[in-house]
Write a protein that binds this ligand. Structure first.
Ligand SMILES: C[S@@+](CC[C@H](N)C(=O)[O-])C[C@H]1O[C@@H](n2cnc3c(N)ncnc32)[C@H](O)[C@@H]1O
Length: 208
């Protein structure tokens, strides 16, 4: 891989203990995902180690250069944990605008530190498919308010290893103080909520 691409990857995701691979490994083990969409991915290529086809979307110029690297597939080949050859597509556009991807074309939508992906990209996720979202920008809270999604699990990280908790889900999304946030509150603050119990990421299913 080109030295500049490798350097940017190493800078942000170079330590396998902190690249969230354990999260995607757990999700791959619990679901039959073959295609995923990752809006606001930057150069976080780790989902491709677990999902055979992943579509990445980012407006960042470093991401554009990274995904154009002719050695990217070889980089994934030696790290992937499935039998197929990997397929990667990258769109250097804003996910706020229509993407050149079919509606309901993917099994998983990935929302990590990149805004309200659950809302803007819901159409690309098949009904019955999965959303994994954290609450850093309030997207998990937004999905929890959205009747198109139902909560299936909480992804809990300890010592860089994630586990999926599927019981006692009614403990989540209960504000520590005050009234529950509305969609408008979340859009205004673009921040997660202080809950009585919180998880590192949440697994939802698209139901409508
Ligand atoms: C904080 S980084 C998170 C990167 C990666 N998701 C992760 O978890 O490590 C947010 C990324 O989202 C991208 N982003 C934010 N809004 C976007 C939009 N509307 N369309 C495409 N990319 C966007 C930014 O360019 C940036 O690379």
């Amino acid at each position: 891989m080109h030295a500049k691409s490798l350097a940017i990857y190493q800078k942000y995701y170079g330590d396998p203990r902190h690249d969230r691979r354990s999260l995607f490994r757990v999700l791959a083990a619990h679901t039959a995902i073959s295609t995923a969409l990752y809006p606001g991915s930057f150069v976080h290529i780790v989902p491709s180690f677990f999902f055979p086809t992943t579509v990445y979307v980012d407006t960042d110029k470093h991401a554009r250069r990274f995904f154009a690297d002719p050695d990217l597939i070889a980089f994934i080949q030696v790290r992937k944990e499935y039998a197929h050859d990997p397929t990667v597509r990258f769109h250097a556009v804003s996910y706020l605008h229509p993407l050149p991807e079919p509606d309901q074309g993917v099994d998983m939508l990935i929302s990590q530190f990149a805004g309200f992906v659950s809302q803007h990209c819901r159409r690309y996720l098949r009904i019955g498919g999965f959303l994994v979202a954290n609450d850093s920008h309030g997207d998990a809270s937004m999905a929890a308010l959205d009747p198109s999604y139902t909560l299936l699990g909480a992804c809990i990280e300890q010592d860089d290893v994630y586990r999926l908790q599927t019981s006692h889900l009614d403990h989540y999304f209960i504000p520590r103080r005050g009234e529950p946030a509305t969609k408008e509150d979340l859009e205004r603050t673009q921040r997660g909520i202080d809950y009585t119990h919180s998880a590192d990421a949440y697994l939802f299913q698209r139901v409508a």
